[in-house]
Write a protein that binds this ligand. Structure first.
Ligand code: GLA
Length: 385
């Protein structure tokens, strides 16, 4: 989170007067349950202390003026513009804002003009849900009372913005985690029903480390949509012989009826990943963190081999992380094709872990990894001065 005094002064410098309200919207990590939110599975995300901070002042007209510190750029438009007019092949940061406001307009939310300053300590486009953080932030700012009352509806509006107007056919996990995050807890979300519960994210003597590969995720959205189509195609075939309501609940034995090897691999990942999440919930609740760590690594192997959404850089991070003795598990987190990994590392060995994995990663890839020991925090919220 950006320090309040910095945010306050930066707004004043940009707009010449002081903001009247402040907000924070977190990024998220997914502990386990990857690429199954859109297949009716269970996922276990958590909101993190890295996120997007905003200072806001309302205007008397219908102009929205947003300054994004991370891009050193201002975007100005009117609420009455056609905000749905987004070039889906060249998404600009302000498009996430327009898309979300368009969703609010579609549901007849009364919108007002505003000056907004946003600044982030969340690495952008790195698989920690910076887009969901921005969508939820905007939906929350412009519809605060309703958003506080119904955070699941907030997540659904933010997801709709991304699917309908930005053009990424995403699941609900990211927006749900940003909207419903809880301090020191992971969310266990049933994506088929949106029922959820919290469980303490207590990793005992281990620290959750986030590792940014800094590998750009250029293919991410096209490959993401491709994976979704493959899952749909697999389910189309499987449902002829299996009565399960979605891909994650198909019986493992039914997989044998899939002749196409790619569809077989995708379906196998979805079914087994869902089982891993259920197992992970149990071991975490029982305080068996070593078993939890092992499931993280198994999840990564499945994402790499069967679901094919990892890449050399993420594999190198997981390989050297798990080679490090005090690390009990690691995996890519989020959509993949670059972005971030998570690892569970004995607290007292974190500096050595960072030095070792950082060095090996650079030797193997020529890239420099960034490491974060983020906290698990509450979802999107207003910040009192
Ligand atoms: C992206 C999507 C999520 C989810 C993950 C993969 O982050 O936005 O809905 O599908 O990928 O688990």
């Amino acid at each position: 989170m950006i320090a309040h005094s910095l945010l306050r002064d930066a707004f004043k410098t940009q707009f010449g007067y002081f903001a009247s309200a402040y907000y924070f919207s977190p990024g998220r990590v997914n502990l386990i349950g990857e690429h199954i939110d859109y297949n009716g599975g269970y996922v276990m995300p958590a909101a993190i202390s890295l996120g997007i901070s905003a200072a806001v002042a309302w205007r008397d007209d219908d102009i929205i003026c947003v300054y994004a510190n991370d891009f050193k750029e201002k975007s100005t438009f009117s609420i009455s513009d056609n905000l749905a007019d987004i070039n889906k092949t060249a998404i600009h940061w302000s498009d996430y804002i327009k898309a979300t406001l368009q969703v609010l307009k579609d549901k007849n939310t009364k919108l007002r003009g505003a000056d907004i300053y946003i600044s982030s300590d969340l690495p952008l486009g790195a698989g920690l849900s910076s887009s969901a953080a921005l969508e939820c932030l905007i939906a929350f700012i412009f519809d605060e009372v309703e958003s506080e009352k119904n955070r699941t509806a907030l997540a659904l509006h933010a997801q709709l913005a991304e699917r309908k107007y930005v053009g990424v056919n995403c699941g609900i996990m990211d927006q749900f985690a940003v909207a419903n995050g809880k301090d020191k807890h992971a969310i266990i979300l049933n994506c088929a029903t949106l029922d959820y519960e919290y469980t303490p994210a207590d990793f005992k003597s281990y620290q959750l480390v986030i590792i940014n590969s800094n590998k750009s995720r250029t293919l991410a959205s096209s490959k993401y949509n491709e994976r979704r189509k493959e899952c749909d195609a697999a389910f189309e075939q499987l449902k002829k012989i299996d009565s399960a309501a979605d891909l994650c609940h198909i019986h493992e034995i039914s997989l044998a009826t899939l002749e196409d090897d790619v569809l077989y691999q995708r379906a196998k990942h979805a079914i087994l990943e869902n089982k891993r999440v259920k197992h992970a919930v149990q071991v975490l609740k029982n305080g068996n963190i070593e078993a939890f760590g092992q499931l993280l690594t198994e999840s990564h192997i499945s994402l790499d081999r069967d679901y094919e959404v990892s890449c050399h850089e993420l594999n190198m991070i997981v390989h050297y992380s798990t080679h490090f003795e005090a690390c009990i598990g690691a995996r890519m987190t989020g959509a993949g094709f670059g972005g971030c990994c998570i690892a569970l590392v004995a607290k007292e060995k974190v500096p050595q872990f960072i030095a070792y994995v950082g060095k090996k990663y650079t030797e193997k890839t020529g890239l420099k990894a960034d490491f974060y020991c983020a906290e698990i925090v509450d979802g999107v919220r207003s910040i009192l001065e």
